[in-house]
Structure formats: structure tokens, C-alpha cells
Design a protein around this ligand. Structure first.
Ligand SMILES: *[C@@H]1O[C@H](CO)[C@@H](O)[C@H](O)[C@H]1NC(C)=O
Ligand SMILES: *[C@@H]1O[C@H](CO)[C@@H](O)[C@H](O)[C@H]1NC(C)=O
Length: 359
């Protein structure tokens, strides 16, 4: 009893010191920042976001159509230069990502001009998928974007659902989607641009509902999810896909409460343990309406981190959102609600991915 009391007396000041130590907070912030992807409005990034980058508080940027003109490459270079001056710099560039799927979902001028559906209907879908991946890589490179949030691996079920309507799904069978998506991934990664398989475990069985706009529940049996929707992920993982984006739909087959991207059952048990994915996981947009029940963007970011997602997408076009997510992560690491051990493993995965980047 006496021993315990004196032990506590000895430890308490050390704990208080660790909590209050600003140098320690700064280190945590720099580590946590590797997990946060920021966004901004319009053609000119705010000076504040460049300052944050110079302080090592930014892990990457997602670019949107509104950010794009012929000067985008110079803007990205500004971010990379600011980052290279930061205490976080470890010899690798920031992640710069965009949605360049093809067809309607294309943020940068240039191809792939065809939507995934047209690729899937080509006489040789595999060759068409590879060509789309090469095109995407060269367009991303020309704007210094080093990561594509594509291809879509969703296997659509009903014609005209929210994906098929704009041709975002390669097709309605796992085989066709696997063939096109894997070829796209291999071609794009071979050209030095990171590929992202999305949206795990699959949005193909959704009807007209889009998780960007409303809560979505995909209530189909685990058997069907595994034998149809997850098959393209098995192939993509075998083809060494770098990243997987989690879906914001709820799949009661494994977790009736939380969307896949906030669910340990989906992120860790299914994707990492059952399918053996060892790469980097990323959320979909944190500001998605489907997450309205899960608090503000900072709370959602922390929940995703707790579920084991590595990169958090603060894509609401202001730096405040990214900063709020960063602060929530630092707080979570300090109060222990975010496991330091698991978070460290994520940081290692991110570092490993970024060490591959050539620009
Ligand atoms: C896929 O779509 C085609 C026509 O678009 C249809 O003939 C076929 O039955 C569908 N296959 C499945 C598995 O739904
Ligand atoms: C930043 O974006 C988020 C997400 O869209 C939004 O909730 C928030 O109000 C915005 N904040 C500012 C300061 O614009």
C-alpha cells in the first residue's frame, strides 16, 4: 500500500510534465500531421495553409477542380518547398491527391476521358484499363499530383444506381471489375503514381443513395459482400495496390452501428486481417453528410483514427477543418483514447508509402 502510494507520488509529476511539455506536444503534432490531408478553396492557397505546411502540420493536399488552372503545378511546388523547410521533412514529398477516375469524375484537364463503364465495355477491357491507368498517371504527373483516389472497385448491381448513372463502375461482375481495376492500378503505379482502390468493402449494392449526400446502409449478407464486392480487393491487393479508401456506408453484416470507415470490424478484421492488406488506408470526405450522426469533423477524424484508418481526408476546402482534425488526433494520443501503438504502425505505413514518391 505504502509502496503503491509512493510509486504514484513519483509518477504523477512525470505524467503532468509529459502532458504539459510543449516540445512533446509539438512532436506529437508533427507525427499526427502525417495522417491529415488538407484542402483549400479556389486557385490560391491561403498563406495560413502554407505556414502550417512550413511548421510540419500538413500530411498532404487533396486538389479539386476549383484549384486547377495551368498554375497548379507551381502551387504544388510551393507546398513542397514549404514542407521541405519544415521540421517534419524526412526526404519525401507531401502526398498530393485528386479524384481522376475518368469520364465525369475528373478534376484535372486531360484523361481518362472515358468513364469506367466504357472501359469495361471495351473489346479488351484489361487493355483499356491499363491504358486508362497510364493516361491518369501522365495527367497527374503533369500537375505534380502524386496520388490518384482511383480506381473505383465497386461492382454495381442495378443499372442506373448512383454509380452506374455516371458510369463510375467498370461493370456488374467481380471478374470484369477486377480485370479493369487491376490493370489500371498496375499501369498507374508502374508510372510512379499511387493508386487507391475504393470504396471498401464496396458501394455497388447501393441504390440511388450517395454517402456524400445522405446516410447509406447496405444490408446484404456477408457471403455476398465477400463473394462479389470484396473480390476485386483481393485481386488489387495481390497486384500490390498502395492505398484503399473506406466506404462511408453502414454494412450491418459486420457492424450495424458504424460506417465501414469508422469500424474496426471492417478496417482491421476484414481488410487487414482477412484480406491481408498491408498498405495505407484513407477515409472518404470527413464532411460527408452520411456521417452526420458522428459529431463534428474533428470527432469523425478521431473515430476513423481509432478504427485504424491511416489518412484522414479533410476535403471541406478550408484549413480550419484539417487543423481541427489534427488537434483531435493530438488530444487523442495524449489522453490515450487513440492507441499510440496502433497509430505509430499507421505512421510507419504512411512513411513507407511516401518514401516511394518520386515527385
Ligand atoms: C450485367 O449486365 C448485363 C447487361 O447490361 C446483363 O445482361 C447481365 O445479366 C448482368 N449480370 C449480372 C450478374 O447482373
Ligand atoms: C470548413 O469546412 C468544414 C467542412 O465543410 C465546415 O464544416 C466548416 O464550417 C468550414 N470552416 C470554415 C472556417 O470555413
Amino acid at each position: 500500500m505504502k509502496l503503491t502510494t509512493s510509486l504514484i507520488a513519483a509518477i504523477l509529476p512525470a505524467l503532468a510534465w509529459a502532458k504539459a511539455d510543449p516540445a512533446n506536444d509539438e512532436d506529437l503534432a508533427i507525427q499526427a500531421a502525417k495522417h491529415v490531408i488538407y484542402s483549400y478553396e479556389g486557385l490560391t492557397p491561403p498563406a495560413h495553409l502554407l505556414d502550417l505546411t512550413r511548421q510540419g502540420k500538413v500530411g498532404g493536399i487533396i486538389t479539386f477542380g476549383e484549384n486547377v488552372d495551368e498554375n497548379l503545378g507551381n502551387v504544388i511546388q510551393e507546398f513542397q518547398t514549404a514542407y521541405a523547410e519544415s521540421p517534419a521533412y524526412f526526404g519525401s514529398p507531401l502526398l498530393i491527391m485528386t479524384d481522376q477516375e475518368g469520364g465525369k469524375v475528373r478534376r484535372l484537364p486531360g484523361g481518362p476521358g472515358d468513364p469506367a463503364k466504357v472501359t469495361g465495355q471495351a473489346p479488351d477491357p484489361k487493355a483499356a484499363g491499363a491504358e486508362a491507368g497510364e493516361t491518369a498517371a501522365s495527367v497527374l504527373k503533369s500537375y505534380l499530383n502524386n496520388c490518384n483516389l482511383a480506381p473505383v472497385l465497386d461492382v454495381y448491381r442495378t443499372a442506373d444506381n448512383f454509380l452506374d448513372k455516371v458510369g463510375r463502375s467498370y461493370g456488374n461482375t467481380s471478374e470484369l471489375v477486377s480485370a479493369c481495376a487491376t490493370a489500371f492500378i498496375v499501369a498507374q503505379e508502374g508510372a510512379g503514381v499511387i493508386a487507391t482502390a475504393k470504396h471498401f468493402p464496396g458501394l455497388g449494392a447501393a441504390g440511388d443513395e450517395n454517402t456524400d449526400l445522405q446516410p447509406v446502409t447496405i444490408d446484404i449478407p456477408l457471403d455476398e459482400l465477400r463473394s462479389t464486392d470484396e473480390v476485386p480487393y483481393e485481386k488489387a491487393i495481390a497486384a500490390k495496390v498502395d492505398m484503399v479508401m473506406m466506404s462511408w456506408a453502414i454494412y450491418p453484416a459486420l457492424d450495424a452501428e458504424r460506417p465501414a470507415g469508422l469500424s474496426k470490424a471492417w478496417v482491421q478484421d476484414e481488410l487487414r486481417e482477412r484480406l491481408g492488406f498491408k498498405g495505407v488506408t484513407v477515409t472518404d470526405a470527413l464532411e460527408a453528410v452520411s456521417l452526420e450522426r458522428f459529431g463534428d469533423d474533428a470527432q469523425r477524424g478521431l473515430l476513423a483514427g481509432q478504427a485504424g484508418v491511416d489518412l484522414l481526408l479533410a476535403s471541406g476546402r478550408n484549413a480550419t477543418q484539417g487543423e481541427a482534425v489534427l488537434n483531435a488526433l493530438v488530444q487523442g494520443l495524449k489522453d490515450g483514447s487513440l492507441s499510440k501503438r496502433e497509430f505509430d504502425a499507421g505512421t510507419k505505413r504512411i512513411d513507407k508509402l511516401r518514401k516511394k514518391l518520386e515527385f
